[in-house]
Design a protein around this ligand. Structure first.
Ligand code: MIC
Ligand code: SF4
Length: 640
């Protein structure tokens, strides 16, 4: 039986387990990436493992999330990251060099290899044919130390793309269509493989846009074949030697096959407050817009911004719209400056931001109260923009540019402009001047540790009995932004868990941290897809610090569930979903763990109501040992 793309890469990297969907497997990791907002924790954990140098083929530490440096905190973190990189053999990408996923695609990602990154959009590199997965920082630290990455073998589904996109319809519309079809939990436990004759019409950055938002589907990874288009992109980046052809076998098997006719797609938009609330732009209509933001790891490539520049050339941004643009990388920025497109953007009235995540993670550019923002980003969760009552719509660059010109949500086809074609340069201007390559092994390097870098809080081994109140009962699709918010106010605290924990669940219930501290221990109850969104471990670390012992939900998002286990919090699933209704905030729940976690199904007593219900843990034997050891760091130290 033939192999699909994912099986080809996985089988070449398999260390343990069988590639049967639902079973735990372990793979060898070739490359890792971290970014500053998750990296500080990851490297503190790496240091605690006592290894003298990374054991991967390549590890890169990017600074792209918190580049504002509103106080000493992030400047401290950046110096820490730079010195750690030098000491342990890691490439350091300086602030200003660009967004990790865009830069990694340009400079480092290699078809057929495995990449693990402490950021949920790491699968962007699937656009070049890498099997790229997002994970918590601790798992990335283990991979840097040479350890395998464990995860549940996903099902592999195939999406066949047919034909070619019509003018004014872009790669963003393809992934928005997939989100409409599959929803934000439709990709959980799945790898999404793209194929079909339409693939060859998409450039590598366009494929990357599609792979990027596989994270919003909850997918483990998304992957495209590596073909002649991939080769041309690598050649243009001066690294054709990294190219290998990678195609699925003709008789490869998939658990599900979907077909999308590219030619029939129209400009789409994801409406507030979920990336899967997708509708046609024309259907939503000309709502008034206050802000347009173009950039993020989804849509900030050269071609994206060239199309925007061509649309804005000789025109003016609507007087009631603030248009901000953040190029994805210094390479993109430089090209725009060199060919004059930057001047067109400036002349039109665009505000040019640094090459970084910027407004995507709430680092500035919060919309006005009750404002409407159209963004080329990937997440529109409530409050993520920094304004609790703002409405954020996600769209492609053409819709965003058209909207910036008219001041209302606009289908670019309605502007009557001639179609724009952008061809990628034969050679990109390659300048790795903002990458710092590590000195040879053995070079003396002093780690710079400012006062904002607090020691890691230690996870506790699982107790014999949990008896604790339900401190919060939540609905479906709770995001890690809900659990541990990001943005200019909070990101400076990423390496200071005691301070950050005070803000846990702040947007949902500002009394949470205080109540948790008072109770000393607690349980959280959630609905479907609990913990969707980012890979931030802080969404597990802060609750752990506040004494949360277990989360009981209808289902979990993959990365967050692993983070809970890695920090000693028990993730439990209602056996009967109806039992969710029988638990209320304030109820005291009791769980006897004296039998360890051998039994698949555990009984929880609701002491307050005198009832009981059953939960499953679904833990692999290894995950049980991690929880019993008091988290992955303790477990790794015991086993190395
Ligand atoms: C995000 O888009 O939410 C982030 C910020 O990139 C996160 C990582 C983080 O919280 O630092 C992610 O997607 O993993
Ligand atoms: Fe940065 Fe936004 Fe991409 Fe996260 S989603 S890596 S914050 S650009």
């Amino acid at each position: 039986m033939g192999q699909n793309l994912a099986e080809k890469i996985l089988s070449r990297h398999l260390i343990e387990g069988r590639m049967v969907p639902g079973e735990e497997i372990a793979i060898r990791i070739d490359q890792t990436l971290t970014q500053d907002a998750t990296g500080t924790m990851a490297y503190l954990q790496f240091e605690a493992m006592g290894i003298d140098r990374v054991r991967t083929k390549l590890s890169v530490s990017y600074v792209d999330h918190n580049t504002l440096q509103t106080g000493f905190e992030n400047a401290d973190d950046h110096l820490f990251l730079q010195s750690v990189a030098a000491k342990y053999g890691i490439v350091f990408s300086r602030p200003g060099n660009g967004i990790c996923h865009q830069v990694h695609l340009e400079r480092f990602a290699v078809p057929g290899t495995t990449l693990l990154g402490s950021d949920s959009h790491t699968p962007t590199a699937g656009g070049i044919g890498a099997l790229a997965i997002g994970a918590g920082g601790l798992e990335v630290a283990v991979a840097m130390a040479g350890g395998p990455f464990y995860f549940t073998m996903p099902e592999v589904i195939r999406i066949n793309l047919h034909g070619r996109l019509s003018p004014w319809v872009s790669a963003k519309d393809v992934i928005l269509e997939v989100l409409r079809l599959l929803t934000v939990k439709g990709g959980v436990g799945k790898i999404i493989e793209y194929g079909g004759d339409g693939v060859k019409t998409l450039s590598v950055p366009e494929r990357a846009t599609i792979a990027n938002m596989g994270a919003e589907l909850g997918a483990t990874a998304s992957i495209f074949p590596s073909d002649e288009v991939t080769r041309a992109f690598l050649r243009a980046q001066g690294r054709e030697e990294d190219w290998v052809e990678l195609l699925p076998d003709p008789d490869a098997v998939y658990s599900q096959v979907l077909d999308i006719d590219l030619g029939s797609l129209e400009p789409l938009v994801a409406q507030p407050h979920m990336p899967d609330r997708v509708a046609r732009v024309r259907e939503v209509g000309p709502i008034k817009v206050d802000q347009v933001a173009i950039g993020s790891c989804t849509n900030s490539s050269y071609a994206d911004l060239m199309r925007v520049a061509a649309m804005l050339k000789g025109r003016r941004v609507h007087p009631e719209v603030s248009l901000v643009i953040s190029p994805g990388s210094r390479q993109v920025f430089y090209l725009l400056a060199q060919n004059g497109a930057l001047a067109d953007l400036i002349a039109a009235g665009a505000r040019i931001l640094e090459c970084a995540c910027g407004p995507c993670i709430g680092m500035g550019q919060a919309p006005p109260s009750g404002g409407v923002s159209v963004r080329t980003f990937n997440r529109n969760f409530r409050g993520r923009s920094g304004t609790a009552d703002a409405s954020v719509y996600l769209a492609g660059p053409e819709v965003a540019a058209a909207t910036a010109l008219t001041g209302v949500l606009t289908d670019p086809r309605d502007l009557g402009m001639p179609p724009i074609t952008v061809t990628l340069p034969e050679r990109f201007p390659v300048d790795d001047g903002l990458l710092i390559f590590p000195p040879p092994a053995g070079t003396e390097v002093e780690i710079r540790r400012g006062p904002n870098i607090k020691p890691l809080p230690a996870a506790q081994p699982l107790p014999e009995e949990i008896s604790a109140p339900v401190l919060l009962k939540l609905g479906d699709n709770i995001t890690t932004d809900d659990i541990s918010p990001a943005g200019a106010k909070y990101l400076p605290l990423r390496s200071n868990i005691p301070a950050l924990a005070e803000h846990a669940f702040e947007g949902i219930d500002p009394t949470f941290a205080g109540r948790a501290r008072e109770a000393g221990r607690g349980i959280i109850v959630g609905g479907q897809n609990y913990g969707q969104g980012s890979s931030r471990e802080h969404a597990a670390l802060c609750p752990m610090y506040l004494g949360i012992k277990a989360v009981i939900a209808k289902s979990f998002a993959r990365i967050h569930r692993s983070n809970l286990i890695n920090f000693g919090i028990l993730p439990l699933i209602f056996v009967r979903e109806e039992d969710y209704e029988g638990v209320e905030q304030g109820d005291v729940l009791a769980l006897d763990l004296r039998g360890g976690l051998e039994a698949e199904v555990l009984t929880i007593r609701n002491v307050t109501r005198g009832t009981s219900f059953q939960v499953r843990h679904g833990l692999s034997p290894r995950q049980r040992r991690i929880l019993l050891a008091g988290g992955l760091l303790n477990y790794t130290k015991q086993h190395s």
